[in-house]
Design a binder for this molecule. Sequence first.
Ligand code: ATP
Length: 369
Amino acid sequence: MSVLGRENNSDADESLTVRLGSFLARDGSDGAAVDLDVDSPHAAVVFGKRGTGKSYTLGVLAEGLADSRGVSPVVVDPMGVFGGLTAAGGRIVEPTVRPGSIPAAVWPDLVGLDPTSGAGSLLWRTVADAVDDGKGRGGKVDGDTAAGGKPSVPASIDSFRRFLSEADAPDSTRRTVRNHLRLAESWGIFDADAPSVSSFAADGTPTVLDLAGVPETASAGVVRAVARGLYDARVDGDVDRLPWLLVDEAHAFFGGVADPALRTLLTRGRSPGVSFVCATQRPGALPSVAVSQSDLLVTHRLTAEPDVERLAEAEATYLAGDLASRLPTGTGEALVVDDATETAHTVRVRRRRTPHEGGSPSASEVTID
Ligand SMILES: Nc1ncnc2c1ncn2[C@@H]1O[C@H](COP(=O)(O)OP(=O)(O)OP(=O)(O)O)[C@@H](O)[C@H]1O
């Protein structure tokens, strides 16, 4: 058995590795088993064009993490395809976040207001005042109790409305803000009493954040709150386990309100112990930092030019030849580039032991009575 993601391959403790699959020989036969290290934190990317197996591979990783010691997998599931993880003890959550876990400065962008406009800056001020008021009365943004043990009074959309009605602003500006708050409320993701993000990492049970049907901007708000919340929880010493954030369709979350939190995980997440895995069929739509900061790259087949170009950025001095020419073509086959061992291998990803709910619908599979 080989372990990728760590320099020293000897005395591998199986509770601290995840079985990825097996080496794939040139003649298509399976070689030795390949595991990934989950003892240390990692940043990884999983690439592949549609249908090549990247969500499946993310599921393999989540299953393995569910069986590993000292870690907590959290899966961002925009398409609702990770429900099968309940068979590995996973919990499926329709995520809610505390309104105060999104910084006041981000609220205008979140609801589609220009932060420099009258309405945008009024919303910014309103949220800042409501959150400050909550803290003054014992509220803590993402914890359960405030310092001193006072019960928390987390900010709510209602408290934003209260501060809005007292703000010194023209009625028309106030009305615009009120309409945008109503939009945010309609997403159904905000709840002043939402469980703290650190609760997702309290045990080893995989948490699947089911975002199917949630609008993209709202999903980005959730991803921001969760990414930042897991990072802060480790920095503040609120969780013992090492969280692993696995994000499917990750291209959808860069460039929007989740972007700064995801970049923080990529560049600084490993130091407090947060691992981050981005899966996407559009590597070209990820920022370069996603590839340059990743120490593990798992790539299924890619063909589009911008995606293959992003791959070229991962070409390290220890790799001979270009990566694109080494990509395997079969479903579930991947090239794994590992910084720790400075190697690249072709791997056949193992079968899942829990059901995979992705894949394209096919008319030929319909049973007709
Ligand atoms: N390692 C594997 N072993 C066996 N079958 C696999 C493996 N990986 C993928 N498959 C098969 O290929 C199908 C497509 O995989 P998957 O849903 O992961 O594609 P995808 O690359 O995530 O595509 P999409 O972009 O549409 O989500 C799966 O439903 C499964 O049947």
